[in-house]
Design a protein around this ligand. Structure first.
Ligand code: SF4
Length: 452
């Protein structure tokens, strides 16, 4: 049962020393009650109080880790219904489905291709998170060979899908050391699946076709000694997915209902009508509220939008994606190349960088520290002004890189020209275009004119 802020406060040292980062013990207690602070932040809690508080401050959705050393995926530990309330922490893993009946060699080749797929999205590397191997053959030896083939081609986390515990046991043996997610225990097989999960110290998915049955089965399995659980509510299509996954999340977070306080695994293709339908359903599951999503096959055309959607939802809205401030070289610039300035908001940086790179113009791109904001936002917030730009010019030693004294401002902040002239005496301030897409044309006309 969750404790209230006042109940938690009574268990804290009540010295208001502020070491936890909060002004008083009561403020810290309120944050703990709201699941927005970590008990470890207070170094003075007694062991007795810690035991009581840890139980009460356990996350409403258990953190479950799949995978072994080096390649692990964590799901759960979420604290809010909506991203704007705070943030979402653990991105749902995107797994690619493999059928053991396809044969070890075919599986190895398919896994190698999907494993090697990495795309660069605003400086972040995105790719598949793991593979789900299904015992479609119903044969333990074939299943074990498929698991071994997957492991030979990738060290990414695994989901093993086998309804027969004897077949599952052979797959688990072949995945030794990989700590796969076992999928799934249901009313008919759960006792044997529990034994396999306990022996392998592996997380176990629990499947049922109603939330009532799911909660009851989870309680049985917990009593049998497996704590790392994942829910498979067997969702059917868009409406059922939305309703069931939202109910699970709401019951866990708002009602602290422990029996459903676990991440969820989904298989969108089970009910989807083809690849496009599957992709749209997977997008729904990313938004609300899957922890593991198994895609039927690997296709970059459908995977990429899912990866980008996930990336955009699972970033902290209070922390914009940033690039390192500094002086960047584009197309091997020399001393005659233009010097352009922008902010360190990742999307702004890549928009400018891509346009210049694509134009073929060599250029120096000075990225000023604007706390990760875009040009106009940073200017309005006082984070991108003449003083900061001048400081960036000096700190990066841009003056020694170019043999001219011209700097190109983003058109959105043309208003800074006068101030920048004062902050950078002897420099000519040029005003660039407002949109990155117009940079190539601008350089051709305006810079071309300057350098003859
Ligand atoms: S660190 Fe502990 S004792 Fe100090 S203010 Fe925070 S909760 Fe209170």
């Amino acid at each position: 049962m969750a404790l209230s802020g006042l109940q938690i406060y009574k268990l804290l040292p009540q010295t208001n020393c502020k070491e936890c980062g909060y002004p008083t013990c009561l403020a810290f207690a309120m944050k703990l009650a709201a699941k927005q602070a970590d008990l470890a932040a207070c170094p003075y809690v007694t062991e007795a109080a810690k035991l009581q508080l840890e139980a009460a401050s356990a996350p409403p959705i258990r953190l479950v880790t799949v995978g072994g050393d080096g390649a692990r995926l964590e799901a759960g530990n979420e604290t809010v219904m909506f991203r704007h309330e705070k943030t979402f922490y653990h991105r749902p893993g995107l797994f690619i489905h493999m059928r053991d009946a396809d044969g070890a060699e075919a599986i190895k080749a398919a896994v190698a291709v999907a494993d090697g797929y990495i795309v660069d999205y605003v400086g972040i590397k995105l790719g598949v998170d793991g593979f789900a191997v299904e015992a479609a053959s119903g044969d333990g030896v074939t299943f074990a060979a498929a698991v071994a083939a997957t492991r030979a081609a990738s060290q990414k986390p695994l989901i093993l899908v086998a309804p027969d515990p004897a077949v599952m046991a052979q797959g688990v043996e072949a995945a030794s050391g990989a700590r796969p997610l076992l999928c799934a225990a249901d009313e008919s097989n759960w006792q044997k699946m529990v034994e396999i999960a306990k022996a392998a110290n592996a997380p176990l998915a629990v499947r049922a076709d109603t939330l009532e049955k799911l909660a009851a089965l989870v309680e049985e399995i917990k009593k049998a000694g497996v704590e790392d659980l994942v829910l498979d509510p067997s969702v059917q299509g868009y409406a059922d997915s939305l309703t069931s996954l939202t109910q699970i999340r709401r019951l866990a977070i708002k009602k602290n209902f422990r029996a459903l306080g676990y991440p969820v695994v989904t298989f969108p293709r089970r009910t989807a009508n083809g690849e496009v339908d599957e992709t749209v359903l997977a997008a729904e599951h990313i938004a609300k509220y899957a922890g593991f999503i198994v895609l039927e096959s690997f296709d970059p055309a459908t995977l990429y939008p899912l990866l980008v959607l996930r990336q955009n939802l699972y970033t902290d809205p209070q922390k914009p994606i940033q690039v390192q401030p500094g002086l960047y070289e584009i197309n091997a610039p020399d001393g005659h190349a233009p010097l352009m300035v922008t902010t360190n908001f990742s999307i702004t940086y890549f928009a400018v960088n891509n346009e210049v790179e694509g134009s073929g113009w060599p250029a120096w791109l000075l990225v000023a520290d604007a706390e990760g904001m875009s040009v106009l936002t940073a200017w309005a917030a006082g984070k991108f002004d003449a003083e900061r730009i001048a400081k960036a010019v000096r700190s990066t030693d841009a003056e020694s890189k170019v043999n001219h004294r011209r700097i190109i401002l983003p058109g959105q902040v043309a208003v800074l020209s006068g101030e920048l002239e004062e902050s950078l005496p002897g420099w000519e301030i040029m005003v660039g275009p407002k949109e990155a897409v117009d940079i190539p044309g601008y350089l051709k006309v305006m810079w071309g004119e300057k350098v003859g």
